[in-house]
Ligand binder design. Sequence first.
Ligand code: ATP
Length: 457
Amino acid sequence: MDSPLDEYTGKATMEKITSLAKRRGFVFQSSEIYGGQNGAWDYGPLGIELKNRIAGAWWKEMTQLHDNIVGLDAAILMHPRTWEASGHVENFTDPLVDCKQCKSRFRADMIPEDKLAAKICPDCGGGLTDTRKFNLMFKTNIGPAEDTASIIYLRPETAQGIYVNYKNIIQSNRMKIPFGIAQIGKAFRNEIVTKNFIFRTCEFEQMEMQYFVKPGADEECFNEWRKRRWAYYEKLGVKMDHLRWHQHGPDELAHYAKDAYDIQYLFPMGWRELEGVHNRTDYDLGRHTQYSGKDMQYIDQDNNNERYIPYIIETSAGLTRNVLMILCDAYDEEQVADKGNDDDWRTVLRFHPTLAPITVAVLPLMKKDGLAELAQDIRTELKEDYSTDYDQSGAIGRRYRRQDEAGTPFCITVDYQSKEDGTVTLRFRDSMEQIRVPRAELAARLKQEIKTYKRIK
Ligand code: ATP
């Protein structure tokens, strides 16, 4: 493991990432024409591809590569008793204070302690209100009557959908402990402070896996999942010196958790949580037993029908927060000296090819003389296996820059020689190296390059 950095040394800033994301169609502000909706963002053509690929990489890692982990897609709206059982109705609160003068609103735990104690606004020096608790769950009503009986919540985490289905899945899929259930889906939190672009939003997506184990086997399993989650980011080519573990101290540990570690990433604004690995004990299934009256014990048929409430090891990552992490991690600016212009700078997103929204762009050197048709033909051939782009406008150097900025790992350029000998130029985003490859070998060559990709910068 590379030692974690003391401070951010990358080229990204949140301003640059936000502006690139908008310019290139990764992420737009929600309802921008009405002045924007705080805490909500829209994923554009490149953003949805990136988000889907990150979700796909996680899904493959957590389900396909394990014999004993299955998937689930539970509803966002759940029976309100779920949230009483989980403790969210009572405890899912943030401490809130307002400035009486400038009307700014803060999470009390994010204000310097001396200012909070003296009730001084950190922004304008005005007086602060007392701290009050604020529940983060979005509440709405189901059905036509807007009374207390019709209250329903937008789920603040995906995990509970897994717990309430754990018995269904044991029965329908004949799962035996230890086993896991994975889910990717939307979650909603009425966050007091949403800043840093898509880092903390009111509507976001989570990728959670809940692993059910026999009490006593939980500690070893917890350590195993910590190793696996770390290895996952390494496999994605993330800069490992930008990742570190943070163990929850006694004041941070949720009341039900036996142990908890966050994987933190060094974002341009500093070290922040990316994912949590938690030992949730038998709390969740115990509470659902109590609130639903249903027996949530596991019956071990291979062991004299021994009964117990399983312990749960949870890995909980933000999908949308992972999108921000991957954008920051991939972002680079460098001076390039191609085309004989020493002052030329390029912005490049060094995505792992399996995550890049566009895998390969096909560029005819000229539109005329049949080059455009030949390039289109090559694109059609590659489409079946790869996400492709086609660009015939502007100087070739500028077209490469556009693809670099979108993070496209491979460009194929079709020129006059292509017509003569059937070869094309394959250009690599990271090294900017160009080689000639027979058209017939392109698909196999790309496959090989993706499989053996190693980040060089
Ligand atoms: P925080 O302390 O940052 O509010 P948390 O500890 O409450 O986060 P968890 O409940 O453990 O977060 O959620 C698991 C993961 O879901 C987090 O690691 C994060 O990646 C993601 N996540 C949580 N809240 C948000 C949010 N408001 N916006 C985007 N992602 C979020």
